[in-house]
Design a protein around this ligand. Structure first.
Ligand code: NAD
Length: 244
């Protein structure tokens, strides 16, 4: 990935941080986007200490204007955008009966609209360059459904439909668009769940353990690489055998 320029959203911690480290390890220049400025600065420092060309942007993925400006800045500074990883996401869990509209709107806004905005922001420069690798973060929740996650599952199922449509529209410009659907991965997001819930899910996972963020990052790196040049519109499930 030497000479490739990658934007990763939700880069401050968890899976996004590992994606930055993985892509950087393979030679890409990194632009990390997140709202958690301190943690993001930490990730960027870690990359720079390793001699990687990296920068952090405190941009909200739900703000179309700001995302467009951010991409414009990246193109001015780095000359192009080769890879876009739309990874930022949130949960606001609750049962359907009691879920309020705010919980619904927040999750759809960040997880689904944020990905739409991210794809749109990089589409023009990628089309001009006739090269692009877009990887969107879905979830097995969007494939299977999950009690307590009507908003989240709907947003992630939406990401899958959006990914397939973008793949069909952008394919003729040599831009691939794929999704990764993780199962239970050990990050702040799952650490916020009650322990009895994560313990209860383990017997349902063929590998009998939660995944590591790095195990998702390596799949993202593959889809973002030239090795995946003939894969587009796919959803790669990384769940230790939970859904099969
Ligand atoms: N952890 C899991 O088990 C799991 C499973 C399936 C899918 N995922 C998905 O993987 C992605 C990463 O999740 P994670 O587990 O690393 O969670 P995380 O909470 O550790 O990281 C998410 C990051 O996204 C950032 N973010 C949130 N809203 C944002 C916004 N509006 N603009 C910019 N940045 C924003 C957060 O600040 C945070 O740094 C998410 O899309 C999540 O839905 C996670």
């Amino acid at each position: 990935m030497k000479g490739r320029v990658a934007i990763v959203t939700g880069a401050a911690r968890g899976i996004g941080r590992e994606i930055c480290l993985k892509l950087a390890g393979r030679g890409a220049d990194i632009v990390g986007v997140d709202l958690l400025e301190e943690e993001l600065a930490q990730t960027v420092k870690e990359l720079k200490d390793k001699g990687i060309k990296a920068t952090g942007k405190s941009t909200n993925v739900t703000d179309a204007g700001a995302m467009k400006e951010m991409v414009k800045g990246v193109v001015e500074k780095f000359g192009k955008v080769d890879i876009m990883v739309n990874n930022a996401g949130i949960t606001r869990d609750g049962l359907l009966l009691t879920m309020d509209e705010k919980q619904w709107d927040q999750v759809i806004n960040v997880n689904l609209k944020g990905v739409f905005i991210g794809i749109q922001a990089v589409s023009r420069p990628m089309m001009r360059a006739k090269y692009g690798r877009i990887v969107n973060m879905a979830s097995v929740s969007g494939v299977m459904g999950n009690p307590g996650q009507a908003n989240y599952a709907a947003s992630k199922a939406g990401v899958i439909g959006l990914t397939k449509t973008a793949a069909k529209e952008l394919g003729r410009k040599n831009i691939t668009v794929n999704a990764v659907a993780p199962g239970f991965i050990d990050t702040e997001m799952t650490r916020a769940l009650p322990e009895r819930l994560t313990e209860a899910v383990k017997p349902l996972i063929a590998l009998r353990r939660l995944g590591e963020a790095e195990e998702v990052a390596s799949v993202v790196a593959f889809l973002a690489s030239d090795e995946a040049s003939y894969i587009t519109g796919q959803v790669l499930i990384v769940d230790g055998g939970l859904r099969m």
